[in-house]
Ligand binder design. Sequence first.
Ligand SMILES: [Zn+2]
Ligand SMILES: [Zn+2]
Length: 395
Amino acid sequence: MPSSVPSQPSAISRLSTAILQWIDSDHTPDGPDRMRQEPDRVDWVRCIPFIILHVGCLGVIWVGASAFAVWMAVALYVVRMFAVTGIYHRYFSHKTYSTSRVGQFLLALWGGTTVQRGGLWWAYHHRHHHRHSDEAEDAHSPHVHGFWWSHIGWITSRRNFPTDYSTIKDLAKFPELVWLNRFDTVVPLVFALAIFGLGAGLETWAPSLGTDRWQMLVWGFFISTTFLFHGTSCINSMAHLMGKRRFDTSDDSRNSFILAIICLGEGWHNNHHRYQSSTRNGFYWWEIDLTYYGLKALSWTGLIWGLKPVPASIMEEAARADHAHSIAAAQRAVHAHPDFSTLKKVVPAAAAMAVATATASNLQVPKKAEGPAIHKDVSTQAEHGGQHSAPPRIV
Ligand SMILES: [Zn+2]
Ligand SMILES: [Zn+2]
């Protein structure tokens, strides 16, 4: 029967592909394009390593906890969240700064420790997200596919496993990056072994820390990496649901302080959707963006350079949007509480002040070359104050 719909692979073919992809993520016997055309479906066999990552956290029942192991888990979360945001996102996906080829490789190794697959797979999916944000094609839109699919389901789907190298040619031209992307379990395995080895060393050299090899593996690798995965996934699921919208972008991206803390600055997601090429996602000093501060510090070492700023035109747009929002909020407050006469007077006044401040900040006030001193010498006034001033009257 002739049909334009490609026939589905057999169960045996799917099983062998899933197992071989544990080792070689580019193994697609029918081609990546055909795989991407399949309907969304959880590939449980392919996901076994991902399931082991979560189940490994239960090891805490046997290994217990120590202050050192817990702090190690926290530290490795922060260091590797920086790798997700500062390397996979702001470098591989958006090229918001520059580095050398060696520097790029070192960054890719650092990114590999996050256990979020290769930087090229990550960048391919993220660029796709920006092109189709909150549309049917967006692999992880909570508005299209629901919260849980956008949070975790989409990465378990067979069609999302291959990397589309044709959409990331600027990265795919480096064979060392393609190799790390293809064999994306190598760096995580070495990283896990290194943590295990560190634990073994601490058992011998620093027994007073009260930790051991298995405890370090569970806390430093399994627990820390699982939290890291869900922290990152909050951007896919919640950053399009929770928070405020400064810019009227075509998607539903939002700015959230809470997500910015969890994800080291990525919570300023609406800012980022408005302007993706800037190294910083927090546009103002109060929009805490730890990734940007880290990248700035990294630039002082010479490993990276050319951090891209937010253009003045975008900042002006942000200022206009903020003032429009503050006026709208004041007007909503008046309508919400029409009986409160104080609010009637104060709230519109606050809005007017906001507008006046905004206008004043843009004014170019000419400076006088010379003129009368604004501050007079008050000592002379003080000397004659008793003679010329009338005593205060008590009324
Ligand atoms: Zn987004
Ligand atoms: Zn992005």
